[in-house]
Design a protein around this ligand. Structure first.
Ligand SMILES: [Zn+2]
Ligand SMILES: [Zn+2]
Length: 344
């Protein structure tokens, strides 16, 4: 089968590999019907994910059809249409039991697919702990509607959940890339008083204006002033940083009101500095880290009810054979791309 592979730093290539087999009794083999490219794939390509293993098939956003299951798999069976979770988790350890599945203590726990074990920019993928990592796609929900459930939509859902948003809040979201937009969709479900999206790319600002006219938009250079004018409490009650740049990290705490919550979802390519003396007395709460993708069933139900729709994010469609071209468009932000759907 064809598998897009992390050959070495700065180099991915399409390779012919053998079809994956069951390794453990909790595994499932899934025939990929649609996958996507994520910014994290680019982080691997540029060598900023040290745990990524050269030779690995990349890709961790995918949906498919279960082809084969191990003896211990109970939740899904061959023929089921499923979303695949970016996180691999056992469901039994201390962290899994608490819902902190990103910190699962299993050897393959956390983000392993397409990083430490073969991922889904391929025709087939082996999913360990299939009872945890797979969710059945409800009837009436298409592959394109379900495509982002296991990764960027799970991230947005988790970010909105841990930010403790109430109806009185003004929420500032930094970044309107794919994960930023997913975060926005999930924040909207919380019905806060006001939502402001900060983004520097005019095309992405236009996307927000076109699709979500009730949301306010601002560019980073004007953000701090704008937020303080819009928010009577000297800043945003909740700030969700999804952009991942030095400037946006700084904006996140600058734009937050005293005693606000700053949720940092972004994956930075470099360390960031938290200048504590400058924010002394602001008494901020920071929440940071990688997604705990354990709400996929709930997300799929919200999609079924048409309360979340991420299909406008799919701006391009490619076949796996042409994935090189898809990466070029995605990485270099050509043709107003937001997300690309890849068909094996
Ligand atoms: Zn991702
Ligand atoms: Zn676990």
């Amino acid at each position: 089968m064809l598998a897009y592979t992390y050959a070495e730093k700065e180099k991915f290539e399409l390779r012919e590999k053998s079809k994956p087999e069951l390794v453990n009794e909790g595994d499932a083999i899934v025939r990929v019907t649609l996958s996507s490219i994520c910014t994290s794939d680019l982080h691997i390509k540029h060598g900023s994910v040290p745990r990524a293993v050269p030779g690995i098939t990349v890709g961790h956003e995918m949906v498919g059809i279960v082809e084969k299951t191990g003896k211990d798999v109970e939740k899904v069976q061959p023929g089921d249409r499923v979303t695949v979770n970016v996180e691999t988790f056992c469901g039994k350890c201390f962290f899994c039991q608490k819902g902190y599945v990103n910190n699962c203590t299993d050897r393959d726990g956390g983000w392993a697919l397409g990083c430490r074990i073969d991922g889904g920019q391929a025709e087939y993928v082996r999913v360990p702990f299939a009872d945890q990592g797979l969710n059945k796609i409800p009837e009436g929900v298409t592959d394109e509607e379900a495509l982002f459930v296991g990764d960027i939509l799970a991230t947005g859902f988790w970010a909105a959940r841990i930010s403790e948003i109430s109806s009185e809040d003004t929420v500032l979201i930094l970044g309107a890339g794919p994960t930023g937009i997913c975060t926005l969709l999930c924040v909207m479900l919380k019905k806060p008083a006001k939502i402001i999206v900060c983004e520097k790319d005019p095309m992405r600002i236009q996307f927000i204006k076109d699709h979500y006219p009730q949301v306010l938009t601002v560019t980073p250079d004007r953000a701090e002033e704008f937020v303080k004018t819009e928010c009577p409490r000297r800043g945003a009650d909740r700030v969700l940083e999804v952009a991942g740049a030095k400037e946006t990290f700084e904006l996140a705490w600058r734009c937050a009101r005293p005693n606000g919550i700053v949720t940092v979802v972004a994956l930075y390519e470099e360390p960031q500095t938290l200048p504590l003396p400058d924010m002394y007395g602001k008494n901020l709460t920071f929440k940071t880290g990688g997604v705990d993708g354990c709400d996929c069933e709930e997300i799929l139900e919200l999609i079924r009810q048409k309360k979340i729709d991420t299909t406008p994010l799919i701006t391009h469609r490619f076949s796996l054979r042409d994935i090189e071209k898809a990466y070029d468009i995605f990485e270099n932000k050509k043709e107003n791309v937001i997300k690309i759907a890849v068909t094996p």
